[in-house]
Design a protein around this ligand. Structure first.
Ligand SMILES: NC(=O)c1ccc[n+]([C@@H]2O[C@H](COP(=O)([O-])OP(=O)(O)OC[C@H]3O[C@@H](n4cnc5c(N)ncnc54)[C@H](O)[C@@H]3O)[C@@H](O)[C@H]2O)c1
Length: 318
């Protein structure tokens, strides 16, 4: 199977490249940013700006992949600082990818949606098929992308599929999302011995450890279309309060380094974004249709994550 990735240089893309290569896929990676270190030499890197329709058309026309993993996006917090740019990249980029995929590929487009596509007041847990009234431009572009993709599936038979990711945590740099406080608790906690989160201690959103998120993308891409009852699936990881993440991170860092970490809380503009998101997702449709099940809870993630971040800080990768 041949995969083409947009936004391949981001948190998700770099991990997905490694997992696809390990799974035997032929991979072409693209991003507006230059090729980062660590991408396997077997993976070609194309310079591609998804806002440029001609560039997208040329790239997909040349590589003719079986599956396009469309990851290029501006995330929630960065998107609120420049909503017009967020619309341009997230929405027009998706239009260009869907249209070029329809023209050039027999295959499938995988879409990375998000809990930010939901709005406030939806109860708990939030079901797969509910009213979507997001309050951020990021959320607006993701709902519109979901609907547009469903149109391409229903009317044009382009095999569009995607997951609504919780906030993702991995051993890497925080990417500008409003869930970044959780990763900072590990990275800044290890680096500086203290971190002041930009949210309240009781803030609760669904989170997921990156290995589970990557597995979800690959498992859904490989799922039998005949068993899928929809294009877009909620997937749930775990839903701790910010204070519970801090406690788990503090325990993990103490075990790893013998040092204590101090955490504080000073909510900023991102608190309102976090408060508008679900606390937990109902992922029963994904479990039923393609066998989704997360493998990591909070403490299992902490055990895996802390030594990795410590090693990355030590050798300058973070
Ligand atoms: N990280 C999360 O917590 C999270 C949660 C839910 C959904 N998602 C979705 O997953 C996808 C990947 O997210 P991520 O965490 O890797 O984000 P990221 O910010 O780490 O990476 C996004 C990548 O897109 C690239 N990009 C930006 N503008 C571009 C353009 N015009 N053309 C081509 N590439 C461009 C960036 O250079 C970057 O490498 C996104 O669609 C995001 O909305 C992420």
């Amino acid at each position: 199977m041949k995969a083409f990735l947009t936004g391949a240089g981001g948190q998700v893309g770099l991990e997905l490249i490694q997992a696809l290569v390990a799974d035997g896929w032929s991979v072409v990676a693209s991003d507006v940013a230059p090729r980062p270190a660590g991408v396997p030499s077997s993976v070609p890197w194309a310079s591609l700006d998804v806002t440029n329709a001609a560039q997208v058309d040329e790239a997909l026309g040349t590589s003719k992949p079986d599956v396009v993993f469309h990851l290029a996006a501006i995330l929630s917090a960065t998107g609120e600082k420049n909503p017009a740019r967020c619309w341009d990249i997230n929405m027009n980029g998706t239009v260009h990818v869907l249209e070029s995929a329809r023209k050039h590929c027999a295959g499938q487009v995988m879409f990375a949606s998000t809990i930010a596509a939901f709005g406030p007041g939806l109860g708990n847990p939030v079901g797969n098929d509910v009213s979507m009234r997001p309050t951020t431009m990021y959320g607006v572009t993701k709902v519109a992308g979901e609907l547009l993709g469903e149109y391409y599936w229903n009317k044009l038979k382009l095999d569009f599929r995607g997951v609504r990711f919780p906030g993702l945590i991995n051993a890497g740099k925080p990417g500008g999302g409003s869930s970044d406080y959780s990763l900072h608790m590990y990275v800044t906690g290890l680096e500086k011995g203290a971190y002041t989160a930009f949210c309240r201690p009781d803030t609760t959103i669904p989170l997921m450890y990156m290995p589970d998120a990557i597995r979800a993308l690959i498992e859904l891409a490989k799922a039998d279309r005949a068993k899928l009852t929809r294009c877009i699936y909620n997937i749930q990881g775990f839903s701790p309060t910010a204070e519970q993440i801090a406690a788990s991170a503090a325990r993990g860092i103490r075990i790893e380094t013998g040092k204590d970490v101090k955490f504080g809380y000073e909510p900023d503009f991102r608190q309102a974004i976090l408060d508008s998101w679900p606390k937990e997702l109902d992922d029963s449709a994904a479990r039923r249709d393609w066998g989704w099940a997360p493998r990591y809870g909070l403490d299992a993630m902490t055990r895996d994550l802390v030594p990795k971040i410590r090693a990355m800080l030590a050798d300058g990768r973070l």
